[in-house]
Design a protein around this ligand. Structure first.
Ligand SMILES: *[C@@H]1O[C@H](CO)[C@@H](O)[C@H](O)[C@H]1NC(C)=O
Ligand SMILES: *[C@@H]1O[C@H](CO)[C@@H](O)[C@H](O)[C@H]1NC(C)=O
Ligand SMILES: *[C@@H]1O[C@H](CO)[C@@H](O)[C@H](O)[C@H]1NC(C)=O
Ligand SMILES: *[C@@H]1O[C@H](CO)[C@@H](O)[C@H](O)[C@H]1NC(C)=O
Ligand SMILES: *[C@@H]1O[C@H](CO)[C@@H](O)[C@H](O)[C@H]1NC(C)=O
Ligand SMILES: *[C@@H]1O[C@H](CO)[C@@H](O)[C@H](O)[C@H]1NC(C)=O
Length: 638
């Protein structure tokens, strides 16, 4: 990375720019006139040179991002497509390995490099909690957990590990981080948000430097930075107000005055930009009734202080109208005039290209707007090193799901669980549990289900159920790994009376239940009840006479007040990801609980939205609450 790059100075702008050394396999002899191909030329000069050579067709192509299923190398070449993406859950081939991903990217890149000017495409992918589309990648806890840690340095390390895994599959561009401030847990994407507290979200923008690298000294505060071959271009999203919509309805309307928008929502974008974020994704939602994808005022405000590019969300411009696509020409016109640079089309690219080209030819969209978009896109491509290294190789394929990354994820799990109750009375704590005891029963649908403990955006867009799609440690397996070999473990998903009766001599019941995985709109939920049959499992287990520890797996606080009195201990695990061992580390006292709620735990949904600092704040557990246990202070042998 840094040693393969060289700092040069663009005197006029006091701009330090990073350029890659020449000598890569791809760079052919540098034609003296083809300045943009020369890595020794400052980036801004390369952009100016390249832009001056481009036709409208080539420029419009750069602004077009399409999805793999509709792409071929011939299409990449014919339409000068600037970017490709993989949406949630798409694999290059069934059970794709890292090599399969690299091969796929090279196949499409070949088409792009055949074009007249040989502009490489940039490949982007959703990276919500680790490299989550990829089988056997490390699945980190979701952001709702990471907020609990209050540990930006840890989150930055997660960014570094994630960037390495993304690059291992040949991908240079990650749609992360989500810096939403979720103010209503009824929102299906609330788990993608670090906190209801914008200050925690702001601190966690350190992940930008994890993904992209640390800025060199005196680097400009509006300029993207991508620090080498093990770093990726990032994407702060979703600009702006995605987490504050009415009733938490996904993609809906956020009602907010400019003062609150600037003090609560804008700082995380300002910080991401100052930390060098390469791109910003625009939100489907509206601000005070104006769709963000057509919100020129707010997009201008962003781009005044940001030199990377603004990208749409998936079919985001289609949804400017209701119903979507009611007038696609209008959607293209409104979004491009509002300042969007790259459009995640992602299917009907001929319609997009046709409409945009016509709007420019008809002088509805000025060429200056197109040049602004293409300048920004090329800037990110140059800074990502794509012109020098467009073709990924297999050198990093072994970096998927490494032991080191899994240990980091396990640490994040340990720091991101919140202990909300420990003992029927304070003087009789039951956690940590003894490792050596006669018998422990483990109950619930989420105890031995890797898919459930990872949540949405894991292998599939909506997540999955079971243990056979990717690697990791279920909570049941982790418990088994941790207890003394003499401790008997019995497991049942359901709390059948026969099972409870047969095991009434158990010392403890560990009940692991919660929400099934979901993503985006499918996760919107107005009742926030613990789903069936998890409620029944809690009730039956915790009234059976055996001491019960309930671990809730959920993307957000749920209604637990009615069940709480029967529980002996209650742990909010949120969505811990693939490293379930971190849960057992805490249960059995190898580490102490330290996590503090980064969200308010409400009593009833009729209180929502309710966030800390509100008038009439009457939570079940307040923001910042979390009991602690000391490492190793278990009950010893029973
Ligand atoms: C994932 O890991 C499992 C277990 O180690 C292995 O059997 C499988 O082949 C791996 N799959 C891929 C796609 O790498
Ligand atoms: C918000 O949701 C309501 C109810 O589904 C819908 O009627 C309305 O059009 C939505 N508003 C926006 C801006 O999406
Ligand atoms: C669609 O939008 C375009 C651009 O704003 C406008 O010129 C045209 O009249 C609209 N078409 C219809 C059917 O409303
Ligand atoms: C693009 O195609 C999808 C289905 O492939 C369709 O639902 C959508 O309406 C189309 N959009 C436009 C702008 O034609
Ligand atoms: C614009 O998009 C519409 C709807 O998808 C399509 O029918 C039309 O052919 C496009 N116009 C051009 C000039 O490509
Ligand atoms: C709660 O809302 C979810 C999502 O809309 C729904 O599937 C579920 O049936 C509802 N549960 C109750 C008890 O109403």
């Amino acid at each position: 990375m840094a040693n393969a790059m060289r700092l040069c100075t663009l005197g006029l702008f006091l701009l330090s720019c990073w350029t890659c050394e020449a000598g890569s396999k791809v760079t052919k002899a540098v034609d003296a006139n083809m300045k943009y191909k020369d890595p020794k030329v400052p980036v801004e000069d390369r952009i100016t040179d390249l832009l001056s050579r481009m036709t409208l067709e080539e420029k419009v192509g750069q602004m077009t991002q399409i999805e793999v299923p509709v792409a071929t190398p011939e299409i990449m070449e014919k339409y000068f497509i600037g970017s490709l993406l993989t949406g949630g859950g798409t694999q290059p081939v069934k059970d794709a390995s890292a090599k399969d991903w690299v091969d796929m990217i090279n196949k499409f890149q070949k088409g792009s490099l055949k074009t007249r000017l040989g502009i490489p495409m940039i490949y982007g992918i959703d990276v919500v909690h680790g490299h989550n589309n990829v089988i056997n990648a490390t699945i980190f806890p979701h952001n709702v957990n990471l907020g609990v840690t209050r540990d930006p340095a840890l989150v930055k390390k997660i960014g570094e590990a994630t960037a390495v895994e993304v690059r291992a599959t040949g991908i240079p561009y990650a749609f992360a981080p989500c810096i939403a401030v979720c103010r209503d847990p009824r929102w299906g994407r609330c788990y993608e948000s670090y906190s209801e507290d914008h200050k925690i979200v702001e601190e966690m923008t350190d992940i930008v430097n994890g993904l992209q690298g640390d800025l060199p000294p005196n680097y400009p505060k509006d300029y993207p930075f991508i620090g080498g071959k093990d770093k990726v271009a990032g994407c702060a999203k979703h600009y702006i107000g995605d987490g504050c919509t009415v009733k938490g309805i996904n993609e809906n309307n956020t009602i907010i005055d400019m003062k609150d928008l600037m003090s609560m929502l804008m700082p995380a974008y300002d910080l991401s930009v100052q930390k060098g974020v390469a791109t910003v994704m625009i939100s489907y939602s509206s601000i005070n009734g104006v769709k963000m994808h057509a919100n020129k005022k707010l997009i201008d405000l962003l781009k005044e202080k940001f030199k990377g590019f603004a990208i749409s969300d998936w079919q985001g411009i289609d949804r400017i109208t209701y119903p979507p696509d009611a007038n696609y020409t209008y959607s293209v016109q409104a979004s491009i005039l509002a300042g969007l640079d790259m459009i995640m089309v992602p299917d009907n690219y001929t319609d997009f290209i046709g409409n945009l080209t016509k709007l420019v030819n008809d002088k509805v969209i000025p060429m200056s707007r197109i040049d602004d978009a293409v300048t920004r896109i090329l800037r990110v491509k140059f800074l990502t090193g794509l012109f020098e290294n467009p073709n990924p190789d297999y050198s990093m394929v072994d970096m998927i799901g490494t032991k080191e990354h899994r240990e980091l994820a396990r640490e994040a799990v340990r720091k991101s669980l919140v202990l909300l109750k420990n003992g029927k009375t304070e003087s009789e704590p039951i956690l940590p549990l003894p490792k050596k005891t006669k018998k422990i029963i483990v109950l619930g649908s989420h105890a031995d289900n890797l898919g459930y403990q990872c949540g949405g955006w894991t292998v599939e867009w909506q997540g999955y159920s079971g243990n056979d799609r990717t690697s990791g440690t279920t909570i049941l397996k982790a418990i088994t790994n941790t207890v003394d070999p003499s401790t008997q473990i019995q497991f049942s998903e359901k709390a059948d009376p026969e099972f409870l009766k047969a095991n009434k001599d158990a010392d403890f019941a560990i009940v692991v239940v919660g929400e099934k995985p979901y993503a985006e709109t499918k996760g919107d939920n107005l009742n926030l009840t613990i789903p069936h049959p998890s409620q029944e499992v809690i009730k039956k287990s915790c009234t059976s006479g055996i001491k019960c520890v309930v671990i809730l797996i959920s993307g957000r606080p749920l209604v637990v007040e009615p069940f709480l009195p029967a529980m002996d201990a209650f742990v909010a695990a949120f969505l811990p990801g693939s490293e379930g061992q971190g849960v057992a580390d805490l249960l059995f006292g190898d580490f102490g609980f330290t996590g503090k709620l980064a969200r308010t735990w409400f009593k009833r949904v009729d209180q929502l939205p309710m966030n800390f600092g509100d008038k009439n704040y009457d939570p079940l557990f307040p923001f910042g609450f979390g009991l602690e246990t000391k490492k190793g202070d278990g009950q010893g042998e029973l």
